[in-house]
Ligand binder design. Structure first.
Ligand code: DGT
Ligand code: CA
Ligand code: CA
Length: 377
């Protein structure tokens, strides 16, 4: 294929990048609306002493005061010492995973080619749905944003571009609650004036090396002599740097099958046990419908119990034959909860606040060959 054909093919793709805003902290805000207007800091306590550990993330109120990912919890407490409303919460990754799964289902439902790249990030290649029409791609982007807001009360940022790299740069350029479209004609004017260090994939060391070569801006890197770049950075990285500066990226949106689905419910009040059928039947039938609409079976059924101390306990079982049946999911989840309460009954004061079911080990349903028994006799 000639180079011009390749470029034309590259420009004809449309990719949407979704990144959830201050994700862990926003999950906590959604769980407890009363903290929404306060600084919220999510902490990974190391356990060595009361406040040792690092900040995982913080909401934008806390960020505006100087708190950011990775700093020591003690430093964050010092920064916010004057603010008596500041909230410090332990990271509750299981809960964020469940919220993430539901949001990923929404994004995936908006297009055929979906790739999740982290707990709060995904790409959707909408070339088939939108062609190279950016207005149609924008409509898909808006419907993702609205879907996540309506169902999960959560804000996200969206970026749209001709490939994953450009979509990622678009989404990163406006946060939180951003919606940024870099149509092919806009890429250059956005990239050119940036310092090279702003490019996705260029770290401080590479930036320093480029600066030493007299390349400070993206516009300069985009036109840099390919041989000089290869001499300094090698045959792989050299050309890649130039491609990044030109907003070129051929990596496809790789469809990965979703690995698990979970449904979770908060009990009316914290309880030592609960009526399994009442609580678990709606979750089981919801999961069964999800399997059916995705044309999948599951082979692993598990339970999630979140205690009043916010500890997360799980159990799971692999079944001999893959299933889609809500009744079977309900039966096994009930057995697992029964065994769970039996095992944990000696734990003093144990109460359950939220109960859930997770199904995993998913496989596509292969339709049996058409034909009736008569065909074989
Ligand atoms: P954003 O996207 O800038 O609005 O804010 P986040 O918090 O969503 O940041 P992002 O997308 O880089 O990371 C997603 C989640 O990953 C974030 O909510 C918490 C976690 N995370 C990010 N950086 C760190 C870190 O340095 N340490 C730990 N433990 N977790 C992190
Ligand atoms: Ca994020
Ligand atoms: Ca992210």
């Amino acid at each position: 294929m000639s180079e011009s054909c390749q470029l034309a093919a590259e420009d004809s793709r449309v990719v949407i990048a979704v990144d959830l805003d201050y994700f862990y902290a926003q999950c906590e805000e959604v769980r407890d609306l009363s903290i929404k207007n306060k600084p919220v800091v999510i902490c990974v306590f190391s356990g060595r002493s009361e406040d040792s550990g690092a900040v995982s993330t913080a909401n934008y109120i806390a960020r505006s005061l100087g708190v950011k990912s990775g700093i020591p919890i003690r430093l964050a407490k010092r920064i916010l010492r004057e603010d008596s409303t500041a909230v410090f919460l332990p990271m509750d990754i299981e809960y964020y995973r469940i919220v993430s799964e539901r949001i990923m289902e929404i994004i995936q439902s908006k297009g055929r080619k979906f790739e999740q790249t982290s707990i709060d990030e995904a790409y959707l290649d909408v070339t088939t749905e939108a062609g190279a029409d950016y207005e149609r791609a924008e409509m898909v982007g808006r419907s993702i944003k609205e879907g996540i807001l309506t169902s999960e009360k959560m804000a996200c940022s969206i970026g749209i571009g001709k490939n994953k790299l450009v979509a990622k740069m678009a989404v990163d350029s406006h946060k939180p609650n951003g919606f940024t479209v870099f149509s092919p004609g806009k890429v250059r004017s956005f990239l050119d004036p940036l310092p090279v260090g702003k490019l996705f994939g260029i770290g401080p060391k590479t930036e320093e090396k480029l600066r030493a070569m007299g390349i400070a801006l993206v516009s300069e890197l985009a036109k840099a002599n390919p041989k000089t770049l290869s001499d300094h950075f090698g045959k792989n990285l050299g050309p890649t740097l130039r491609e990044i500066a030109n907003g070129e990226d051929n990596s496809p949106v790789v469809e990965k099958p979703i690995e698990q689905f979970s449904r979770i419910i908060t009990l009316k009040k914290d309880a030592q046990t609960f009526d399994f059928k009442d609580v678990l039947a709606p979750l089981s039938s919801d999961l069964s419908e999800k399997l059916s609409s995705s044309n999948l079976n599951c082979k692993s059924i598990g339970i999630i119990a979140i205690t009043n101390q916010l500890k997360i306990k799980t159990r799971s079982r692999t079944i001999p034959f893959p299933t889609q049946s809500g009744d079977e999911i309900l039966k096994i989840a009930s057995e697992l909860f029964f065994a769970f309460f039996d095992e944990e009954k000696s734990v003093d004061g144990l109460k359950i606040r939220r109960a859930g079911i997770r199904i995993a080990d998913l496989s596509p349903i292969t339709t049996p060959k058409s034909g009736t028994l008569e065909d074989f006799v």
